[in-house]
Design a protein around this ligand. Structure first.
Ligand code: MEV
Length: 283
């Protein structure tokens, strides 16, 4: 028996952190994602993990081992034996939902009827999450998300992201659960920024031009403290040239901030990224 599964990455258009506090957010699945193939083979003692495609760190491999061990625990059919091959086109740990996509793709490949199992594992491995990554990646369609409710469909203007790119600003130095916990601990002082981010979702749903929304969204993310100085400088230069940009996902306090979504003059954005040795992918 061989089972193939796929889970896309995700791009949050509006709502980072605000969704944790009950505001609405909008996210879309990425066109790239993670493919997992499980070849059942009783000659194996357990599940052997093989990685193809993007480089996999020791941490990434350990993370997949943890997911597999949780699935084995939930598996009603008994032990799982065989080869599990992972192929990822999304960069790991850069705000594109790789950790949730790994959970979903691995669970889908190893067991059917998997939503509950996947969500349980996501809750364990990504404590404090709002559910926006899970719902977007599980459903594979754009979602209007509100914590604790079924995600709704969202109609977005057809050329919303035409010409947009993702700039890889490097690895965040904090994990998403750590950042969510840190932001939570400062709820009193960052209430205004959370409200602004929540309002960005409402403006997007109301059809306001996205470029203007992104500028305000970015300012609020800076106020939350999750956009490192170097990334703020990059975005300031993009804005100075008439563009706009924001971190997608949790960002970071220091180091890189994962992927930055940038809209504007493509050549100028490419050269700003180039100057910093940062790679760019089309969206
Ligand atoms: C992470 O992709 C998005 C955050 O809002 C956390 C969450 O909603 O679970 C930062």
């Amino acid at each position: 028996m061989q089972r193939c599964a796929f889970a896309p990455g995700k791009v949050i258009l509006t709502g980072e952190y605000a969704v944790v506090f009950g505001y609405r957010g909008v996210a879309i699945p990425a066109t790239i994602g993670i493919k997992v193939v499980f070849e059942e083979d009783s000659s194996f003692e357990s599940v052997h993990i093989a990685w193809e495609g993007t480089e996999c760190s020791e941490i990434g491999l350990k993370y997949v081992e943890t997911i597999v061990s949780r699935v084995v625990r939930c598996n009603e059919r008994g032990e799982l034996r065989g080869k599990l091959t992972i192929h990822s086109d999304i960069p790991l740990g850069k705000g594109m939902g790789s950790s949730t996509a790994l959970v979903i793709a691995v669970v889908r490949a190893l067991c059917s009827g998997a939503r509950d199992v996947a969500l349980k594992i996501e809750d364990e491995l990504n404590p404090g999450h709002s559910g926006i990554d899970f719902e977007t990646i599980w459903g594979g369609v754009p979602v209007l998300f509100k914590k604790g409710e079924d995600p709704g469909p969202v109609v977005l203007p057809p050329h919303l992201l035409s010409g947009a790119v993702l700039i890889d600003t490097g690895f965040p130095s904090d994990s998403t659960p750590e950042l969510v916990e840190w932001v939570r601990s400062r709820e009193g002082e960052i209430g205004g920024a959370l409200k602004t981010i929540g309002n960005c979702t409402e403006r997007l749903v109301d059809g306001e031009p996205y470029a203007a929304i992104v500028r305000d969204h970015h300012k609020a993310q800076v106020a939350l403290g999750v956009v490192p100085q170097g990334v703020q400088d990059l975005i300031a230069e993009i804005e100075a040239g008439g563009g706009s940009a924001k971190v997608i996902g949790a960002g970071s306090r220091t180091g890189g901030a994962g992927m930055v979504l940038a809209i504007g003059n493509r050549e100028r954005i490419n050269s700003l990224a180039d100057k910093r040795d940062m790679s760019v992918i089309s969206i």
